[in-house]
Design a protein around this ligand. Structure first.
Ligand code: PHE
Length: 460
């Protein structure tokens, strides 16, 4: 069970390239808009603390499991599970379905972000701050939103076509540091706005009266999506990793990146939106796309001459976050097909491009043309459905199967051995308890809660 003997397989140029790629995959739209809104909703600091604890216990344990599984098998998800018997391949197949479902709609939102970055320069900040007409007009305008989606996809496909070292590593090396610098600058600037300090306090100071089971479930779901768990990505990325790199240290660093950027995103967005809306509850109410595409442009427009720069830089940094995640999603799809069908990288990429473009067009039609399809009830779209199905249903199922598979069928010893090839494993016992007992229970809780919430049986 080793990756040697398969010379055609890609590999990272070093441990840092791997950490950066995993962080680039983790840091995405989820950090940029979902995290701030959840933090606003669940009492700021209370949510931050809960999230921090979950990432560094549950989150890094699963990251470690997936990365070690990838490295020990030298395969992407399907092959990795199949090595233990044909009957387990279905876990890998389920995991692999996730990136195929997410990539098309992720690129649609990526197209919106690209459009907004450009619109700050072309249309100016006032045009975007019209209370929502600009946004609605744009997403329901089939041709225009298709074109921006295609532009976003084109960048992603070009980077992936350049390969792991020549494309993905280089793109991450430019975009990740740039993203962090821009985030720090925007956060500093928005915090200097009048009234922002009060918003920052709301964001930072824990309000323990808001601690609730819903908060924990919300934080758990966010953690899954944000760390790109349970969809085969980390298995693929682990399979490109050499045996010298310490896995425990790497996954801790990936967690730090993800939490750090989420924290910064909250610092950019919550105080700014707080100023505009007057209270934390109002910010929490502006959940989902409206916070980023309607509320924030309203805030930026009030910044006078700085509005163009702040708006443009903000959407550029969100664009970088979206691009690096979309690149990692696409790479995972490519490696799944490459390994599964035994095709060349080129042929696999061509297939992925075809599937993603066609599926993207279909999902985009959900805003106009196919908007009569309301899969999750009145007012919902195809995009909402795919988002719900992948994040709230498939990912928890895959995570549960993975934990049971490693914890009870293969036995944790296999992963422990792989981890110890490159570093001591101080948390071995705690990790084993986590994978065998704690994680499966938590995952079942998320699954039940999310599905119940979707059908109105539970409110989150
Ligand atoms: N983790 C990314 C985010 O926070 C989303 C993502 C999910 C990226 C799955 C890759 C794979 O937005």
């Amino acid at each position: 069970m080793s990756s040697t003997g398969t010379p055609a397989r890609s590999s990272w140029s070093g441990k840092w390239a791997f950490i950066l790629a995993a962080a680039a995959s983790a840091v995405g739209l989820g950090n940029m808009w979902r995290f701030p809104y959840l933090a606003a909703k669940y009492g700021g600091g209370t949510f931050l603390l809960t999230y921090l604890v979950l990432v560094f216990t549950f989150g890094v344990s699963l990251l470690l499991l997936e990365t070690a599984l990838g490295r020990t098998t030298g395969q992407s998800a399907i092959g990795a599970f199949k090595q233990f018997g044909k009957k387990y391949a279905f876990i890998g197949i389920l995991a692999s379905a996730v990136p195929f479902i997410i990539t098309p709609y992720y690129c649609i939102i990526g197209g919106w972000v690209t459009k907004y970055a450009a619109a700050y320069l072309i249309n100016g900040p006032e045009a975007l701050a019209d209370g929502g007409d600009f946004f609605t007009g744009f997403i329901t305008s089939n041709t225009e939103s298709f074109l921006w989606m295609l532009l976003f996809m084109a960048i992603v496909f070009i980077v992936v076509s350049l390969g792991v070292k020549g494309g993905i590593e280089k793109a991450n090396l430019i975009m990740m540091p740039a993203l962090i610098v821009m985030a720090v600058a925007i956060a500093a600037y928005t915090l200097m706005q009048p009234g922002a300090a009060e918003g920052a306090l709301y964001y930072l100071v824990p309000d323990f009266s808001k601690f609730s089971p819903e908060l924990v479930i919300g934080a758990l779901g966010q953690m899954f999506y944000s760390l790109s768990l349970a969809m085969g990505i980390m298995i693929t990325y682990g399979s490109y990793l050499d045996r010298k790199s310490s896995l425990t240290q790497s996954v801790t660093r990936i967690g730090c990146f993800d939490v750090g950027v989420s924290f910064l995103a909250g610092l950019m967005i919550v105080p700014a939106a707080f100023v505009a809306m007057g209270s934390g509850d109002a910010v929490a109410g502006a959940a989902g796309p409206s916070l980023m595409f309607i509320t924030l442009p309203g805030v930026f427009a009030g910044m006078g001459d700085a509005a163009v720069v702040v708006g443009f830089v903000f959407f550029l940094l969100v664009l970088f976050a979206a691009l690096t995640s979309a690149i990692s999603l696409t790479e995972t799809c490519v490696s799944i097909i490459q390994d599964g069908a035994g095709w060349s990288r080129k042929k696999a990429l061509g297939t992925v491009i075809g599937v993603v473009v066609v599926a993207g067009i279909f999902v985009n039609l959900g805003y106009n043309g196919l908007s009569f399809i309301e899969p999750l009830g009145a007012g919902t779209t195809l995009l909402d459905f795919f988002d719900f199905f992948s994040n709230s249903v498939l990912m928890p199922i895959v995570a549960l199967l993975t934990c049971v598979f490693i914890g009870w069928i293969v036995k944790p010893g296999l992963i422990v051995k792989e981890v110890k090839l490159s570093s001591p494993f101080k948390a071995e016992k705690a990790w084993t308890v986590m994978i065998k007992f704690v994680a499966p229970v938590l995952v079942v809780v998320i699954l039940v809660a999310y599905v119940a919430a979707q059908f109105g049986l539970f409110s989150m």
